[in-house]
Design a protein around this ligand. Structure first.
Ligand code: GLN
Length: 201
């Protein structure tokens, strides 16, 4: 037995292993999630970066799309880059289905070729951190219940809505684990989770 928070990492595609390591470094117990069954014993879920179209296809193929959406009605979900795209309520460039757990509109691959990938400093409440962008989406709209925690070039890049957290960059690839730590704190506060339709309580 362990009293570390158990965090699932969706392990269908993408850089889930880097998240697993970041969670462990932040003091959590990381568990790879590949089936609906695996979701039963975790208190929160990370959806990693990768290719959102492929991940969406695999979520459907593995019959995980609805179970993940249901999970998010009670428990915290943290999406990075492709994971952010999957969590959004609206996806453009081109349009694709998404879980709709966070009320934002994202445009895929919106920084264009020149800054396909880059590392920049962003400002958080408690100081600067490094943000690794890799073919990142841009958050074009945030709904009323969404709080912007950090921006880059005037676009939000780290946002939260209730228990859910979204980064358009890859905190799992940086040494600073403060964002993973923040997610673990949300998990602990969420406790057993309450079944509701409104993630922004
Ligand atoms: N460009 C990818 C997509 O649209 C996301 C890239 C990433 O996760 N690093 O799904």
């Amino acid at each position: 037995m362990t009293d570390k928070p158990r965090v699932g990492v969706l392990a269908l595609q993408g850089d889930f292993d880097a998240h697993r390591r970041a969670i462990e470094r932040a003091g959590g117990d990381a568990v790879e999630v590949r089936t609906a069954e695996d979701l039963r014993d975790v208190e929160g879920l990370v959806i990693p970066g990768g290719e959102s179209t492929t991940m969406l296809k695999l979520l459907n193929d593995e019959h995980l799309f609805e179970p993940v959406r249901e999970f998010g009605k009670r428990k915290p979900v943290f999406g990075t880059c492709a994971g952010a795209i999957l969590l959004a309520s609206e996806v453009v460039n081109p349009h694709q289905d998404s879980l709709g757990l966070v009320d934002i509109t994202v445009e895929r691959n919106a920084y264009g070729r020149q800054i396909d990938s880059r590392i920049s400093d962003i400002e958080l409440d408690d100081g600067k951190t490094e943000a690794v962008f890799i073919r990142a989406p841009v958050i074009r709209r945030v709904g009323q219940g969404v709080k912007v925690l950090a921006s880059y070039r005037n676009d939000p890049v780290l946002v939260e809505q209730g228990r859910h957290l979204i980064a358009t960059f890859h905190p799992e690839l940086s040494r600073d684990i403060s964002i993973h730590r923040k997610f673990l704190e949300t998990l602990i506060q969420n406790g057993d989770g309450r079944d509701d339709e409104n993630p922004s309580r």
